[in-house]
Design a protein around this ligand. Structure first.
Ligand code: FAD
Ligand code: SIN
Length: 517
């Protein structure tokens, strides 16, 4: 199969890229589940953009840099912040609605680390609204083909032409991808002028995560195997306030916008505690808040703290957070009267496949966008609600860059079809599930909110056993989605641990007790 642009992933990054690129050529979007099954669809708080005074670009830039703990790339920050208003207009043109006040101005939320109200939102379902509008626009576009239940297995490079490839191979180029059609169980060769990896995050390498089940780090793993550069993988952001509801997976998120609205974190005995950790108290940057909660829970041997919004007007609480209100009611919590039990959960990967200001990876004709990428915007800790805007700004940059080069790029001939001579061991499915849980428990036990050199070494040793067992299985088994995901989770967990071992300091989301400040 040939397509001008092969887009892997159907979240905000992939879909907004597709809509731009489709003005120049044919676009094929492959996505491993239903189209709307993605992190984007679960985003609650909203999307950042400087909209009204007294907010300014300079303040948004400064908040992003402060949150990123000195590890942001200033050029990426400037790009995203300054282009945000324009891209918000694109989202609106595609049909996205944002809440407005009675006088017709956008209603702006505030979250941790923000010094101003600057988050546009649609109720507490902003991501679902953006995804709905993007899907509707993509479905109408004659140049875009969507293939659901298509799982990208690996990227095609010179390696598949039989050449010896290293990370330093000059002119390393991507020619498309091998994609597993989950209906026919066949692996299809998809050739493209440009390939875009927009496969979202990797929350499922941990036992507790706010991410939907598709977030297994496939894009980062594929790019790493293809020898693209990855960076900042150690900076896994834990959201401080996931609903504590044992047995529920993934964890339901209680948006940080609720703390922006005035909700207060309390210990189980009712005491406030965030003043001990940061002058912004419950609205401190996310890494600091998650660590403070972790520390208090560990000290007390407790599994959760409370979020208290009962002092606010009940009607306003219900209208601002209707989805969360309903969810809490369904588990017996009336948040206008009861405190909400919350606990941190893995939420966002600040690092990923290293890209330049055009979303280009270190491999030619290969772009990485959205949560899969490491643009440098987030540094060591992402400022809340900066990721959706990053996804659409870089999608736009990448589309322009690829379109400019379109006429100079063709399709690669001579790529062989997937070659497989083993057997399909479906009876090993149970083992795959167990191995996935082992990865999650290694990462949660040793590579969580608080780390140490010993814990990282231990994690690496345990992971290497799983790596060997899984590679053995992979080499003798016809790939199925579960096996590919397990393999990807192991690869991504490896990168988190390895890059965590390389950094000799505690910074942002990577807190190592051997380098305490
Ligand atoms: P996604 O939206 O995750 O899309 C990835 C797509 O890739 C999916 O369609 C998936 O099925 C597909 N895919 C994955 N692997 C493969 C494969 N091998 N083959 C084919 N397809 C594949 N950010 C904000 O800015 N504001 C918020 O308020 C906010 N709230 C959040 C709340 C929650 C609960 C979560 C989980 C995240 C939140 N975030 C928020 C983060 C933000 O939602 C994500 O970072 C962003 O949506 C990522 O978009 P994306 O397009 O990169 O990836
Ligand atoms: C939230 O609504 O708290 C999540 C925002 C984000 O992750 O950016």
């Amino acid at each position: 199969m040939k397509t001008d642009f092969l887009v892997i992933g159907s979240g905000a990054a992939g879909l907004s890229f597709a809509l731009k690129a489709a003005e120049r050529g044919t676009v094929t979007i492959v996505t491993k589940g239903e189209m709307a099954e993605c992190n984007t669809n679960y985003a609650q708080g909203g999307i950042c953009s400087v909209t009204y005074e007294p907010d300014t670009f300079e303040k948004h830039i400064e908040d992003t840099l402060v949150c990123g703990a000195g590890k942001c790339d200033r050029q990426a920050v400037e790009l995203v912040v300054r282009r945000a208003p324009e891209l918000i207009q694109d989202l609106i043109a595609w049909g996205t609605r944002f809440n407005k006040t009675p006088d017709g101005r956008f209603e702006l939320h505030r979250e941790g680390g923000h010094t101003e109200h600057r988050i546009l939102h649609f109720e507490d379902l902003t991501g679902a609204e953006i995804e709905r509008a993007l899907i509707a626009s993509v479905r109408q576009h004659p140049n875009i083909t969507v293939l659901e239940h298509h799982f990208a297995v690996d990227l095609l490079t010179q390696h598949h032409l039989g050449e010896f490839v290293t990370r330093h191979t000059r002119n390393l180029t991507c020619f498309g991808a091998y994609v597993l059609n989950e209906k026919t169980h066949e692996i299809e060769t998809m050739l493209a002028r440009f390939t875009i990896v927009a496969t979202g995050g990797c929350g499922h390498i941990y036992s507790s995560t706010t991410n939907p089940v598709v977030a297994t780090g496939d894009g980062v793993a594929m790019c790493h195997r293809a020898k693209a550069k990855t960076e900042n993988m150690e900076f896994i952001q834990f959201h401080p306030t996931a609903l504590y509801n044992p047995g529920e997976k993934p964890n339901f998120l209680i948006t940080e916008a609720m703390r922006g609205f005035g909700a207060i974190l309390r210990l189980q005995n009712g005491e406030e505690f965030m003043d001990k950790y940061h002058p912004m108290k419950s609205l401190a940057p996310r890494d600091i808040t998650a660590r403070a909660i972790y520390r208090e829970m560990t000290r007390r041997g407790e599994d959760f703290v409370y979020l208290d919004v009962t002092h606010k007007d009940p009607e306003t609480v219900r209208t601002h957070f209707p989805n969360i209100y309903e969810k809490c009611l369904s588990v017996g919590i009336d948040m206008t009267k009861d405190w909400i039990p919350v606990t941190p959960a893995a939420h966002y990967s600040c690092g990923g496949v290293r890209v330049d200001l055009h979303g280009q990876t270190s491999i030619k004709r290969l772009y990485a966008l959205g949560e899969t990428s490491c643009t440098g915007l987030h540094g060591a800790n992402r400022l809340a609600s900066n990721s959706l805007i990053e996804a659409v700004v870089y999608a736009d940059e990448a589309a322009r860059h690829a379109i400019e080069r379109f006429d100079r790029v063709g399709f690669q001939e001579g790529i062989p079809d997937w070659d497989f001579e083993g057997t399909q061991h479906t009876e090993e499915m149970l083992m795959l599930i167990r191995s996935k849980r082992e990865v999650q428990s290694i990462m949660s036990n040793y590579v969580g909110i608080v780390r140490s050199n010993l814990r990282l070494e231990r994690a690496m040793r345990r992971l290497s056993i799983l790596f060997e067992e899984t590679e053995e299985l992979y080499n003798h088994t016809k790939p199925v989605r579960e096996l590919c995901e397990l393999r990807n989770m192991i690869a991504v967990a490896y990168l988190v641990i390895k890059q965590g071992m390389e950094i000799k300091e505690s910074v942002g989301c990577h807190y190592n007790i051997d380098y305490q400040k």
